[in-house]
Write a protein that binds this ligand. Structure first.
Ligand SMILES: [Zn+2]
Length: 291
């Protein structure tokens, strides 16, 4: 082990043991602060999905000389699940507190690799990580709901189809992959809750997929994945929405959606309207869940 290399660590989350390794290089923060950052991300994912999805995943942290912040996260399913991520040497505590990437990467562990001939369903993998990451952090108190909904209101327009769009399966732009996918899941979450009097949500569907063995070590067809989620809610929202949006550009009236959820941005501040028709659904989405 090189002089400037931190020793490995094991992070326990429920029944899972996450093995963390550092490549050589310096990070100015204490090692424990970096481990706490990983542990928080893992707890958020475990809360959302009901448990941490993999028993013995590995994380490799690569210190980046003189850099600030977290970047370059990638997650693979091979050999029990593996995330590689870079942390700049000069990263401060606040940057780790504000980081979304670690949670995003670990969220990928809780969803199968969606089979496709040409990676055409990648939007579902990125969309679910984009949508769930802030909600999971909010559910364990690391983000407040104002921030979650404020960022959704800010970025969701990136997910709308642009000129020439041919639906989510056929349009591989950055906006449609990350935010188009996130918008698909937000719409699904709301529809499931509308159809079940807010007793079920996307979270039930996502937990059922993990329970059925659908984690990143597995390759699943998209229909199996969505139908497994639908069975848990007793509705067909995911498949119906997929059939509507897969090869057709569907515009969403986002202003109307925020109004119905009771989310407004006034002078750069997020203001909630608890009398809005979907206010209870908005609250349920970010609320901590009892098992
Ligand atoms: Zn991702």
């Amino acid at each position: 082990m090189a002089d400037d290399q931190w020793p490995p660590a094991k992070i326990k989350v429920g029944n899972s043991a996450i093995e963390v390794k550092f490549t050589s290089g310096k990070i100015d923060l204490p090692r424990q602060v970096v481990l706490d950052w990983i542990s928080n991300a893992a707890r958020a994912v475990a809360e959302y999905f009901g448990r941490f999805p993999l028993p013995h995943p590995r994380i490799e942290v690569q210190p980046a000389p003189r850099a600030h912040g977290v970047f370059g996260g990638t997650t693979w399913g091979y050999r029990g699940g593996f995330t590689r991520i870079s942390v700049g040497q000069r990263t401060d505590r606040q940057e780790l507190d504000n980081d979304w990437m670690m949670t995003h990467e670990l969220t990928h562990m809780a969803f199968p690799d969606i089979e496709g001939e040409d990676n055409e369903h990648h939007w579902l993998e990125e969309g679910m990580a984009t949508y769930i990451e802030p909600i999971a952090r909010c559910q364990i108190g690391l983000l407040n709901p104002e921030r979650v909904w404020g960022e959704m209101a800010q970025y969701m327009p990136e997910g709308q189809p642009q000129y020439g769009d041919r639906g989510l399966d056929n349009t591989h732009t950055w906006g449609r992959t990350y935010w188009g996918g996130a918008l698909f899941l937000l719409l699904a979450d709301i529809k499931i809750r509308e159809q079940t009097h807010n007793r079920k949500g996307l979270q039930d569907a996502m937990r059922a997929i993990v329970q059925a063995g659908g984690d990143i070590r597995e390759d699943w067809p998209i229909e199996n994945t969505l139908k497994t989620g639908d069975r848990a809610t007793g509705r067909t929202v995911l498949m119906d929405l997929y059939n509507q949006m897969k090869s057709t550009p569907v515009q969403t009236d986002l202003n109307d959606l925020w109004r119905r959820l009771g989310v407004a941005v006034v002078n750069d501040k997020v203001v909630f309207n608890d009398n809005a028709p979907l206010a209870n659904i908005r609250k349920a989405i970010t609320a901590p869940r009892n098992q």
